[in-house]
Design a protein around this ligand. Structure first.
Ligand SMILES: NC(=O)c1ccc[n+]([C@@H]2O[C@H](COP(=O)([O-])OP(=O)(O)OC[C@H]3O[C@@H](n4cnc5c(N)ncnc54)[C@H](OP(=O)(O)O)[C@@H]3O)[C@@H](O)[C@H]2O)c1
Length: 238
């Protein structure tokens, strides 16, 4: 396999496995201390990747919030926040979304051929639009190879479920940080953590639980999903 960035998948879910409710306002699953932990993880990454539905529904800024962490990145010659990456097939993304307007790091949109010209006409001033050529879904493995070729070594994938499912089933994740919030959503119309698919970890190949930490009223579960996790931690990089 060609080089791909080290990939951390980070998300929160309810006790019953939902990423959000069906309300128009985003469900707050985490707490202040956990948001700060996520901020620290963001600050260690070169890029943050989310699906287009998350850009549309949540309008996230995807910036490093801590002034000290931003300053530390700048002192290392990096942009204050990581690059932002999204995937879209339909290309229905407004240039006014905070994804594009917040921060001065690179914004990259991966889009298959049929929609790419329209997307470039609409978003070309606020993002780099990469035409992935083929019709249908963008191949997430190709996205990671492309990001690696751009010098991006560490990517944090933050959701939503459609994107998480693709990265996990394609075996592209080195490390999973899963936060469980102390609440139920109880509505099967809400987005689940993942959809159906051939996940590499199953009854005959269990994932490796690398850590459990209580953070206030939530719990963080860390899973090692590749040998690269062990190599990174053996090298004492965390
Ligand atoms: N709890 C958490 O940690 C967390 C984190 C993030 C998001 N969320 C929640 O997750 C929900 C959204 O999840 P979701 O599963 O509906 O959507 P999503 O994964 O955010 O985005 C799905 C969209 O991304 C685009 N896309 C995904 N894979 C693609 C591919 N391979 N090629 C081309 N385009 C691709 C498509 O966009 P187009 O439709 O534009 O073609 C698709 O409709 C929101 O409610 C959000 O609040 C929760």
């Amino acid at each position: 396999m060609a080089d791909r960035p080290y990939t951390l998948l980070s998300c929160g879910m309810s006790i019953d496995g939902y990423l959000d409710s069906t309300d128009t306002t985003r469900l707050r699953l985490s707490n202040a201390d956990d948001f700060d932990r996520v901020d620290a993880e963001r600050a260690r990454c070169d890029a943050i990747l989310v699906g287009a539905a998350t850009v549309r529904n949540d309008n996230p800024r995807l910036l490093v919030r801590s002034e000290a962490r931003r300053a530390e990145r700048v002192a290392r010659g990096l942009p204050a926040s990581p690059a932002k990456v999204t995937l879209t097939r339909r290309g229905d993304l407004p240039p006014t979304a905070a994804f594009f307007t917040a921060g001065d790091s690179d914004k990259i949109v991966y889009c298959p051929g049929p929609a790419a010209d329209d997307v470039r006409a609409r978003l070309g001033d606020v993002a780099t639009v990469v035409d992935t050529g083929s019709a249908g879904r963008v191949d997430v493995a190709c996205v990671m190879e492309h990001l690696s070729a751009r010098g991006i070594d560490r990517v944090m994938v933050e959701g939503g479920g459609t994107v998480l499912t693709q990265f996990l089933t394609a075996d592209l994740v080195d490390e999973l940080h899963l936060v469980v919030a102390p609440l139920f959503v109880g509505d099967s119309r809400a987005p689940r953590l993942v959809g159906d698919g051939p996940f590499p970890w199953n009854a005959s190949r269990r994932a490796t639980l690398a850590g459990v930490r209580q953070i206030g009223d939530v719990v963080l579960l860390r899973y090692a999903l590749s040998d690269r996790f062990c190599a990174e931690h053996a090298a004492g990089e965390e």
